[in-house]
Design a protein around this ligand. Structure first.
Ligand SMILES: Cc1ncc(COP(=O)(O)O)c(C=O)c1O
Length: 491
């Protein structure tokens, strides 16, 4: 059946709701903005409240007879070459858990890239799935990780033939992508599914010059955040399914277990509108974004003390199979300060917010929403940063571990450590103890330590020196890392 991508069922149903002058004696209690505080209406605008209504018994009737959501999901599936698509209003943080729970049950093994986002770790904790870690490809010189190699996946399946499937993150927030075709092959030779956390890849299906899209590469499920590289609202996420290794009803029931019973129609509308925009105009919009970012990359590279990471750094011997140029990763180590200081300076002096920030990098995420005006503002600010870098020295040193030091022993299931009896001990006494919490530099949100791992001195030194230098580690009980929550020792 050919689908008409001019349609946008959610947006059309929203407009029809207002045209009919529907009157709700149901949530949400603001009743089409009428009850919202004037001060809130002045800041948010009434459109936010007009679009905020019950999905069932508001946007659609109480039995969803118009299939508004289902039709929007089918259009999305068609646009991205999937067989089934599910919308979620709880971010990819929910979608990725739904995918994991469809592949492995408590105590079953799942092969997981150790560079997974903290939402994946939360999925392991909630489910009791046993992770078998896949080492990412560490770049020891630049101190970052690219997705695991397909050979790593092959070896892990050989060592753990009882693993139920695999989960990898691709692209990474640094824009590097795995060889998903090879990974899907490795999984499918064993009849096992491949889940791809493609939270950073919502735009990939819509332009051939971007890294391969997981559905085209043969993955079974992929998860994308529409608010990251797309133009949906924050928390809008979708997951896509194809093939017969995962039952669509199972996936839907796992998502139902985790999701809200009050999904935001605003988020659905944002997802639906993004699909229509991309299906009709995506190629042109992304071509413009790619042209713009090519120029931006060249111009930032010319700034004294800045180096823009590109495929020459990350692909080939670097380990990444493919590369997305839209996240512009800028190595500022030659400015002899940290990314934390540089980002704070840019916000304070130029009102510009960078994305990934670490001990030696800042990054600027470009999307189809950017244009020469936004690019010029960024470049002017970066030139000013380079001129003023001397004011940001000396920056505190961050003691970054070597790759071999980044893989502590997983002593027990993340769930068992998280729900065990715990104690908060001074950091110095935490070395050698089993972590009972996640310690996650954010962004990008990849836990340096997770429950069940035995804490090592280099890891703790890294995190504590990082926090002293401006790193944000929001998830532990004590974000200052003076104390660490560890598993209580048995008598
Ligand atoms: C790789 C990855 N997966 C999943 C998520 C969670 O996505 P969301 O913020 O949409 O819940 C993130 C968020 O940053 C991410 O980077």
């Amino acid at each position: 059946m050919t689908m008409d991508h001019h349609e946008a069922p959610v947006l059309e149903a929203l407009a029809a709701y207002r045209d009919r002058d529907e009157l709700g004696f149901s949530p949400p209690g603001h009743k089409q903005a009428r009850g919202a505080s004037p001060a809130v209406r002045a800041v948010l605008g009434d459109a936010v409240f007009f679009g905020d209504l019950l999905a069932t018994g508001g946007l659609d009737d109480r039995q969803e007879k118009s299939s508004v959501l289902r039709r929007a999901e089918q259009l999305m599936a068609d646009a991205v070459h999937a067989e089934h698509t599910f919308f979620s209003t709880c971010g990819s943080s929910l979608s990725v858990k739904a995918a994991m729970l469809s592949v492995a049950a408590p105590h079953q093994k799942l092969l997981v890239g150790r560079d997974a986002h903290k939402s994946v770790i939360a999925g392991l904790i909630l489910s009791g799935i046993e992770p078998v870690w896949l080492d990412p490809q560490w770049d020891a010189e630049r101190h970052l990780a690219h997705p695991p190699a397909s050979e790593t996946l092959e070896r892990a399946f050989a060592d753990h033939p009882d693993a139920t499937g695999a989960l990898v993150t691709s692209p990474t927030p640094y824009g590097t992508a795995a060889d998903l075709r090879a990974m899907a092959d490795v999984c499918h030779r064993r009849g096992k599914p491949l889940i791809v956390d493609e939270a950073w890849g919502a735009h990939l299906p819509f332009h051939p010059d971007l890294p391969s899209w997981a559905m085209d590469a043969g993955a079974d499920v992929c998860v994308t955040s529409i608010h990251k590289m797309g133009s949906g609202l924050e928390q809008g996420s979708v997951f896509h399914l194809q093939g017969d290794l995962i039952d669509p009803d199972t996936l839907a029931s796992r998502a139902d277990l985790l999701g809200t019973t009050s999904p935001s129609v605003l988020l659905y509308a944002g997802i639906d509108g993004w699909r229509r925009q991309m299906a009709l105009e995506g190629h042109g919009l992304l071509s413009q974004a790619l042209d713009l970012v090519a120029t931006v990359r060249r111009r930032i590279e010319e700034i004294e003390g800045m180096h823009v990471n590109g495929p020459d750094d990350f692909c080939g011997t670097g380990g990444a199979a493919e590369f997305d140029p839209l996240p512009v990763i800028i190595d500022i180590s030659a400015l002899d300060t940290t990314g934390y200081r540089a980002a704070d300076w840019l916000r304070r002096h130029h009102h510009i917010d960078m994305h990934l920030v670490d001990h030696r990098r800042i990054s600027a995420q470009f999307t189809h929403a950017d244009d020469s005006d936004t690019a010029e503002r960024l470049i002017a600010a970066l030139l000013d940063l380079a001129r003023n870098a001397h004011t940001l020295r000396p920056a505190p040193a961050v003691h970054v571990p070597a790759p071999a030091e980044l893989r502590p022993d997983q002593t027990c299931l993340p769930r068992d450590a998280f729900f065990a009896e715990t104690e908060d001990v001074p950091a110095a006494q935490a070395v050698g103890r089993v972590a009972a919490e996640m310690l996650t530099p954010y962004p990008p949100g990849i836990p340096a330590v997770l429950p069940g791992e035995r804490i090592t001195e280099p890891l703790l030194r890294y995190l504590r020196s990082g926090v002293a230098a401006g790193m944000n580690v929001p998830d532990p009980a004590d974000p200052t890392l003076h104390t660490i929550r560890v598993r209580a020792e048995e008598d």
